[in-house]
Write a protein that binds this ligand. Structure first.
Ligand SMILES: Nc1ncnc2c1ncn2[C@@H]1O[C@H](COP(=O)(O)OP(=O)(O)O)[C@@H](O)[C@H]1O
Ligand SMILES: [Mg+2]
Length: 394
């Protein structure tokens, strides 16, 4: 199906692009036009079957355009405007708009319209929808194991899914180290992808990746002068969404700070791995992060709390108490293992260098949770309640 967007608004275009990416590239082809004039010409040229038109800039011209676009009876026209007043709404419908979208345009609404249009065209898209998953590793404390986990989980996933099905994006904008952790010497970088972010698609993105012998494709960020590039939220968001539409799994490493950039990335995540340690400062920081994420509407189904580098010794905080202190279930506990560091020093993953270590097994289990092969352990409030009472001494 040929889809056309007539809008100069980046967020409008992004919403439609993202919704289109949920379908197989062979099913939908998308073209963009900045102005009504350009759009009319393009609609005619490509015989657009679905047109999303933004009336915000020029209502009158836009309404005339809708009338002309709707003359092609099999075409679906969806109109949008920043202020949907009853008057404009009525005129748009009279002109021939079949769908109306409020702004900011929600990707989900666009997706529904596309499904409807495809049904209308008799295209069976049922099995074709892509469901790539975006996993963001986060903590607002450094040195807890985010990069280690990102690399190792990606490696496990690539081992089971095959080559070029799993991507790693180094979105650690200030201290990137995926390339050195994996001993890669990339020729193309995240900054190259950012420079092309407006027109980037799956194929272009693949061109910016560095292949790891373990099967993952890595979009690395240069450690030489990382702050040279001032990444914008919409730039990284676009790249992650294209990656989600291209790879089965996209694993994203982050810089430890609760910035608006990171919140934008977390917002796109299907799953957030919140990494912490059983050490008071790390627990405090994780508790704060969870409070913010909870306020933003995240529930336990989107956040997996991982306690990393755990050892049992007198005076250490056991995982149950970590959960009580976090006021959030601890989903996964990964043991302390020096092989993680030995592998990193050799530029290898633990999976590659020491696959028989217990920590490697634990990471494989966590990967299984991400793919859904290993059921998530149900969270038990009664136990946590008991622990909370214990901690508070009541
Ligand atoms: N489970 C673990 N056991 C022992 N050391 C670990 C473990 N996970 C990570 N490390 C080590 O901890 C250090 C910090 O890990 P890293 O992944 O760079 O953290 P972050 O990305 O959060 O800053 C590294 O030296 C790494 O090898
Ligand atoms: Mg790191």
């Amino acid at each position: 199906m040929r889809v056309l967007v007539i809008s100069a608004h980046e967020s409008f275009r992004l919403a439609v692009q993202t919704a289109c990416m949920r379908f197989d590239g062979a099913i939908i082809s998308l073209r963009l036009a900045d102005t009504v004039g350009q759009g009319m010409e393009l609609a005619h040229q490509i015989e657009a079957e679905t047109v999303f038109i933004d009336l915000t800039r020029s209502v009158e011209a836009g309404l005339i355009a809708i009338g002309q676009l709707a003359e092609v009876r099999s075409r679906l026209v969806a109109a949008s405007i920043d202020k949907l007043t009853p008057d404009v709404l009525q005129r748009a419908v009279r002109a021939g708009a079949q769908e109306l979208l409020a702004q900011p345009v929600a990707e989900e609404e666009v997706h529904q319209i596309l499904r409807k249009a495809l049904r209308h065209q008799g295209v069976d898209h049922g099995r074709e929808e892509r469901a790539g998953r975006l996993v963001v590793t986060f903590s607002s404390k450094g040195g807890v194991g985010k990069t280690t986990l990102t690399c190792n989980l990606a490696h496990v996933l690539a081992q089971s899914l095959g080559d070029h099905r799993v991507a790693i994006v180094d979105a650690n904008t200030q201290a990137p180290n995926i390339a050195s952790m994996l001993d890669l010497r990339p020729e193309r970088w995240l900054s190259d992808a950012v420079a092309e972010y407006r027109r980037i698609d799956g194929e272009m993105l693949r061109g910016f990746m560095t292949a790891h012998p373990g099967g993952m494709d890595v979009l690395a960020h240069s450690a030489d002068n990382p702050l040279e590039v001032d990444f914008q939220e919409d730039q990284l968001s676009k790249i992650l969404l294209v990656s989600k539409g291209t790879y089965d799994f996209t694993m994203v490493d982050t810089f430890p700070i609760l910035s608006s950039l990171n919140l934008a990335l977390l917002d796109l995540a299907d799953q957030v791995l919140l990494v912490t340690e059983a050490v008071v400062p790390a627990i405090r920081s994780a508790r704060y992060n969870l409070q913010i994420l909870r306020q933003a509407g995240y529930g336990p189904n989107r956040i997996t709390v991982v306690v990393n580098r755990y050892t049992r010794f007198r005076g250490n905080v056991p995982p149950d108490l970590v959960a009580a202190a976090l006021d959030w279930p601890v989903d996964v506990v990964l043991g302390y293992d020096v092989h993680a560091t030995i592998a990193a020093n050799a530029g290898r993953t633990l999976m590659d260098a020491f696959p028989d270590q217990r920590l490697a097994d634990e990471i494989r289990l966590l990967a299984g949770r991400l793919t859904g092969e290993v059921p998530a352990t149900p969270w038990t409030p009664s136990l946590i309640e008991r622990m909370t009472r214990f901690v508070r001494g009541v």
